[in-house]
Design a protein around this ligand. Sequence first.
Ligand code: FES
Length: 107
Amino acid sequence: MASKSGKFISFLPGHRDVPVSQKDQSVLDVALRAKVALNHTCGGNGTCGTCRVFVIQGLEKLGPRNEIEAEMAQDRVFQASERLACQMEPVDGLVVFQDIFLRWQRR
Ligand code: FES
């Protein structure tokens, strides 16, 4: 997964290991810079929920949800591992998974 130097985030499915740039403010920024196909209808404002991912690895490294993400998590009854890529700090070693089919089954 992660390289021996620098910060990397892994995106599933597809197993893309993407280096984190100093300019990246969120996991969504990392994905978009690397052209990882991650939904982001509202452009990263935290209002659409389409960037929701499951954190497969590294959840313990993340800080608590910010106010924007916490509100959506409460409204949509997110599990602890469900996070908004646009609101998540790009922490080294994260493995995230976006499963659009699972979302359709739950709603
Ligand atoms: S891009 Fe809309 S909530 Fe993240």
